[in-house]
Design a protein around this ligand. Structure first.
Ligand code: GTP
Ligand code: MG
Length: 370
């Protein structure tokens, strides 16, 4: 339905907000000046004041820019796949990511990566792969809870010595619920007690049947320690990515998701964002959750300054008004004023909701029965 704030309704009728609030109270609705009331309630109030009401839907800036206009298929171009690593604690998620990264770091860049950034890209056979370094499914769950779909492929890491564990099962469920294809990396095969066949056996119980067993799940034996199988794993990721035919339109205002964010002492709010469509440029204005930013500077995963970020590229963004939340979706708007307005409107709406949730509920009956 449609909504209007008490203040806006009062302005339209040239009444004071207090008069409107009083009328609302008489109708049994407790409202504050910035609260949004629905069209039906607003109609009744206006009629009480002797107005005739016509509900017209005004498309506000937020709805206008939040909506993702469909891309013309002709404008779409291939984009790198985005991969998340999941699995049970200590099964080697971080080690695997580190090993993959090192494999692809050229000699000249050796030791260059010191800072932590929640996402990075590697190149294999001239194709880029974006890895989200959010090991553990908690971050994944938080993102999903916020409606963010960032991952194209999930890598399920299962230690060959340990086998399927509770968090392995949780990870499988999360990936399935998100509708994301799973590639299994059977890790630690260098260990003398490794038993990859047992892992495959266990996974069949959760509907993941290895290709060599007649199923359709790709399972790659790997070792983060000896690097065995890492090339195969990257091959398989690219194979699956190719089948997904991932595309985006780089020639439009950017939108995407905040991967992580923090308050940096020197630099202020800093957010790592993943561009999912369009191109993000320095100087762009964007809204993310209840915050906004005028993009002051962007850094790629190696900390190099970049002026533009294309689809599937993770970048660190400076210029946020406040620290956004991981999972907040962002979209670019034409100017700073619009960005600020939308963010402020959202922030005040959120405050209202929190305020209302905290307010004790008292009905008229309660008052009379005391
Ligand atoms: P959490 O982030 O705590 O969930 O763990 P993780 O899944 O990221 O595991 P991590 O990479 O921290 O590895 C856990 C332990 O397993 C470390 O001691 C690693 O050195 C070891 N490890 C990881 N991969 C391998 C492997 O391929 N072979 C052997 N032998 N040890 C490994
Ligand atoms: Mg880890």
């Amino acid at each position: 339905g449609e909504f209007i704030t008490v203040k806006e309704l009062a302005e339209k009728m040239k009444k004071s907000p207090a008069e409107v609030i009083k009328k609302l109270m008489m109708l049994g609705v407790m409202a504050t000046i910035n609260q949004e009331i629905d069209a039906d309630t607003a109609t009744i109030v206006a009629q009480e004041f002797g107005f005739e009401v016509e509900v017209k839907v005004e498309q506000d800036a937020e709805t206008l820019y939040m909506q993702e206009p469909e891309d013309d298929p002709a404008d779409l171009q291939p984009r790198p796949c985005v991969v998340t690593v999941m699995g049970h604690v200590d099964h080697g998620k971080t080690s695997l990511l580190d090993a993959i990264r090192e494999t692809n770091v050229t000699a000249t860049e050796a030791g260059g990566i010191t800072q932590h950034i929640g996402a990075y890209q590697v190149e294999h056979n001239n194709k880029k792969i974006t890895f989200l370094d959010t090991p553990g499914h908690e971050a994944f769950t938080a993102m999903r809870a916020r409606g963010a779909k960032v991952t194209d492929i999930a890598i399920l890491v299962v230690a060959a010595d340990d086998g399927v564990m509770p968090q392995t099962v949780e990870a499988i469920n999360h990936a399935k619920a998100a509708g994301v294809p799973i590639i299994v990396a059977i890790n630690k095969i260098d260990r003398p007690d490794a038993n990859p066949e047992r892992v495959k056996q266990q996974l069949t119980e959760y509907g993941l049947v290895a290709e060599e067993w007649g199923g359709d799940t790709i399972m790659v034996p790997v070792s983060a320690k000896t690097r065995q199988g890492l090339e195969d794993l990257l091959e398989m990721i690219l194979l699956v990515a190719e089948m997904l035919e991932l595309k985006a339109n780089p020639n439009r205002p950017a939108r995407g998701t905040v991967i992580e964010a923090e308050l940096d002492k020197g630099r202020g709010p800093v957010a790592t964002v993943l561009v999912q469509n369009g191109t993000l440029s320095v100087g762009d204005n964007l809204v993310a959750g209840t915050t906004w930013a005028r993009v002051r500077a962007m850094m790629d995963y190696k900390g190099r300054r970049v002026k533009k970020a294309t689809p599937s590229m993770p970048v660190e963004v400076l210029g946020f008004s406040e620290v956004p939340y991981a999972g907040d979706q962002f979209f670019v708007v034409p100017d700073e004023k619009t960005a600020r307005q939308i963010a402020e409107k959202r922030a005040s709406r959120k405050r209202e909701e929190e305020f209302r949730a905290a307010m004790p509920r008292v009905s008229l009956e309660d008052l009379f029965n005391q």
